[in-house]
Design a protein around this ligand. Structure first.
Ligand SMILES: [Zn+2]
Length: 94
């Protein structure tokens, strides 16, 4: 089977066949996260940070917190072995 990139989840994840089963693995270090039908995000390292604070601190951009809207967090998902960043997204704080 030819390796297939997991659609919608960046360039560092791929579906490969291992012991006759399809699994999702990091293509940078080869770590298998889970079965192809499982939620790979549950097996990644997750770091959440304040999105407004990130924009100000890292990007040097002053952003006013949204008024009357849900607080947003930046969620990053990393490989548990090599720490490559699989995905970054903005989510609502719960
Ligand atoms: Zn990795």
């Amino acid at each position: 089977m030819k390796n297939a990139t997991v659609k919608g989840y960046g360039i560092y994840l791929e579906v490969v066949e291992q012991d006759s089963k399809k699994v999702i693995q990091c293509n940078q270090c080869g770590t298998v996260l889970c079965g192809a039908d499982d939620n790979w995000q549950a097996h990644a390292i997750t770091i959440k940070s304040d999105l407004v604070g990130f924009m100000d601190k890292v990007c040097g951009v002053e952003v006013a917190p949204p008024v009357g809207e849900p607080k947003l967090l930046m969620r990053r998902l990393y490989c548990p072995s090599c720490q490559v960043c699989f995905e970054t997204e903005a989510i609502e704080a719960s």
